[in-house]
Design a binder for this molecule. Structure first.
Ligand SMILES: Cc1cc2nc3c(=O)[nH]c(=O)nc-3n(C[C@H](O)[C@H](O)[C@H](O)COP(=O)(O)OP(=O)(O)OC[C@H]3O[C@@H](n4cnc5c(N)ncnc54)[C@H](O)[C@@H]3O)c2cc1C
Length: 291
């Protein structure tokens, strides 16, 4: 298992933002993950699990903590009939392609979401009228002492970009079993191609970002509201509201966490003033006080 000290978090977030974390542990297997949890306990500082870091905004001051980073490891998977079991670190787009090749439908929506399987379960990631909770049958977790627990779909308490795991950090996701529908591999791949093309068309792909910054308020789209207040192109330092999709804040150079927070604050205040709607962040802001 790799162990790094004062590792810059901007190397581990898709926004390319975040100061150094005291200790980073990078387990390669489930056994090493259990070992990492024991080590984190011995270190005695707060600890935090990250996947691909595609939904995270990390403080410029960094974190006086231990981060256990799963991105790029724990990537085993297997197919049995209509089910696929995947470890928590497997990139979601890879999982979607494996399902398509096995002629299994249900994960087409996930093709362009750059998270890990574990992070996508926590966030109940979704797109194109579907979401993780529609295809999950069970989640294998461990608690902080490494004890194994299996939760069925209902026990995961999924909601819109929400789950039990978001509220209760004592569960660490190890692997996930998906229940899918048999389908035609070519048709599934075609649908995934359409979804990916639509993303390239609508989303800013040339600058680092963390996807949608705000959740959609009931019956509306955050992007539409932000566009309506004329925020596209608003800039704070090197953070900018995307000209292509108003719900994305892009890092056009050396944006800081403070830059992004200032833009978020300005957008929320203006949307509230002009529409009466309070936007809620979808991205997760990590700093020492909330670990
Ligand atoms: C270009 C772009 C497009 C995006 N499009 C979409 C989209 O269409 N739909 C959508 O829903 N999201 C989208 N996102 C956001 C993001 O990809 C998802 O929220 C994704 O599910 C986050 O996964 P992650 O592995 O990056 O999690 P991280 O950002 O690393 O972590 C998210 C949360 O999960 C927790 N976590 C991660 N792994 C584990 C684990 N194994 N056990 C316990 N907790 C864990 C972390 O502690 C944290 O609380 C997009 C992001 C980008 C950059």
């Amino acid at each position: 298992m790799k162990r790094k000290e004062q590792e810059p978090m901007h190397n581990h977030t898709t926004w390319r933002i975040g100061g150094p974390v005291d200790v980073m542990l990078q387990p390669e297997t489930i056994e090493e993950l259990q070992e990492a949890l024991r080590e984190a306990k011995t270190i005695g500082k707060p600890y935090y699990i990250i996947g691909a870091g595609s939904n995270l905004l990390v403080a410029d001051e960094g974190l006086r903590a231990t981060v256990i980073a799963l991105g790029g490891a724990l990537c085993k998977w297997s197919v049995s009939g209509n089910t696929i079991t995947a470890e928590a670190g497997l990139p979601l787009p890879v999982l979607a392609r494996k399902a398509a090749r096995a002629g299994l439908s249900g994960l087409e929506f996930a093709a362009g979401i750059p998270g890990s399987v574990g992070g996508a379960v926590v966030m109940n990631a979704g797109a194109y009228q579907s979401q993780m909770s529609n295809v999950i049958s069970e989640v294998l977790c461990c608690d902080q002492d490494g004890n194994l627990i299996t939760l069925d779909n209902e026990a995961c308490e999924f909601g819109y970009r929400n789950s039990r795991f978001k509220k209760d950090k004592s569960f660490i996701i190890l692997s996930v079993t998906f229940c899918l529908q048999p389908g035609d591999a070519e048709a599934i791949e075609k649908q995934m191609g359409h979804n990916t093309a639509a993303r390239i068309d609508k989303q800013p792909t040339s600058y680092p970002n963390a996807g949608s910054v705000f959740k959609n308020p009931h019956g509306d789209a955050a992007g539409r509201l932000i566009d309506q207040i004329g925020a596209k192109g608003w800039r704070q330092g090197d953070a900018m509201v995307s000209e292509k999709h108003a719900n994305f804040i892009v890092n056009v150079g050396q944006a800081t966490c403070a830059d992004v927070l200032a833009l978020i604050d300005r957008i929320k205040k203006t949307v509230l003033q002009e529409t009466g709607i309070t936007l809620e962040e979808e991205i997760l802001y990590l700093h020492d006080e909330n670990l």
